[in-house]
Design a protein around this ligand. Structure first.
Ligand code: SF4
Length: 367
């Protein structure tokens, strides 16, 4: 999925590191492909270019990549990606001896497995709590390579697991038999999205050190909306574990971002994990703008992301689950000319509700 992303140049990466560190966050760079012999020269060159940057560490899968990083950039923290399929404590101990600080466990593990691993290793453990899943073991899958010559390992998966398949008898290739589970057809390998919001207390008590949200090719709105929900839930539980309750608002928020139907586990690959109806996303809200500048009296410069209109009922969301529904007031462009329609990429000025901050996001219901 990452191959067609607008990936970071070295300059942009350094800028991102500076921004992240200024606000007390870390940046780990993912190099979790399995690398073929002819790619090592490019990998070495890339690592040499990365070495002067102040990234906090690497996320890798391939032991060859791990060893190259240890040679060329030995001080850097190293995390093991879920792509490495770590499913037991012995493997965790092995990676610890190789200099890995944190292991992102395979999604196939259940809570008892995670707790068992925790009891037998001191390495930092991380688990996925939210986002897309593969039906293949932690994405180790050749389906896309076989059907489209696009390698999932190299970040270019065409997601053929989500296509609609038919049965064809050898001597009648023109005749396709639907293998229907219902009127939509049969999406036999189409995994649901993971959502462990309601299992957070058990996960925290299992002793994991880090919770990971999948976000390949997602918008900054998706990242913000999902992360703030899990932040609120984690903070709420840690502040008062005995009286903690999963707030229904949190789940509503997760339903408002673009997602496939949610599931709480990966295995067994049956009704719980596979969504048979279709492979499209459920999308009930559009991300329509972001607050770029705020001056006196809540007057804000908004950067449009999707078309919206003066008079629309919209929501603004910010950190700590802050959100307000309001009606789009009169807007003007940079020349002070009134606008009725705000187009994508437009820069417009409008008055926002009290409490708005730079970076807050605007969204509108599609229903
Ligand atoms: S084809 Fe599907 S299962 Fe295989 S890597 Fe791509 S998304 Fe995952």
């Amino acid at each position: 999925m990452r191959a067609s992303a607008g990936n970071f140049s070295l300059v942009r990466l350094q800028q991102a590191v500076e921004v992240a560190h200024r606000i007390g966050k870390k940046i780990f760079l993912t190099i979790n492909a399995y690398v073929k012999p002819h790619d090592f020269a490019a990998l070495d060159h890339y690592l040499d270019q990365l070495a002067p940057l102040a990234i906090d560490g690497y996320i890798v899968s391939d032991p060859g990549v791990l060893s190259r990083i240890k040679n060329r950039d030995p001080q850097r923290e190293i995390h093991l990606s879920t792509q490495a399929n770590t499913i037991n404590a012995a493997a965790c101990q092995f990676w610890l001896q190789q200099g890995v600080q944190r292991v992102n466990l395979a999604r196939e593990l259940d809570l008892a497995d995670i707790a068992a691993i925790r009891s037998e290793t001191e390495i930092e453990l991380e688990v996925f709590v939210h986002g897309a899943m593969c039906v293949a073991y932690s994405g180790r899958c050749l389906l896309s390579t076989a059907l489209t010559a696009r390698s999932a390992n190299e970040g270019a998966c065409a997601q053929p697991c989500r296509w609609n398949y038919h049965l064809v008898e050898e001597k009648r290739p023109e005749q396709q038999f639907p293998i229907e589970e219902d009127e939509h057809g049969s999406y036999i390998m189409n995994s649901r999205d993971l959502c462990l919001l309601e299992q957070l207390p058990q996960l925290i008590n299992s002793g994991v050190n880090s919770l990971k949200i999948e976000g390949r090719m997602k918008t900054l709105y998706y990242v913000a909306a999902v992360t703030r929900v899990y932040r609120a839930a984690i903070d709420g539980y840690l502040a008062d574990p005995h009286n903690y309750q999963c707030d229904p608002l949190w789940r509503e928020e997760l339903d408002k971002v673009s997602h496939r139907p949610y599931a709480t586990d990966f295995l067994p690959v049956g009704d719980a994990a596979v969504h048979a109806q279709d492979s499209s996303y459920i999308r009930t809200y559009d991300f329509i703008g972001i607050v770029r500048e705020l001056v006196d009296n809540n007057l804000a410069r908004i950067e449009g992301r999707n078309r919206f209109f003066v008079g629309d009922s919209i929501e603004i969301i910010g950190p700590q689950m802050w959100q307000v529904t309001f009606t789009v007031p009169a807007c003007v462009d940079k020349n002070d000319q009134p606008l009725e329609v705000i187009q994508p990429n437009a820069q417009v000025w409008m008055v926002l509700p009290d409490g708005a901050q730079v970076g807050d996001m605007l969204r509108r219901s599609k229903l």
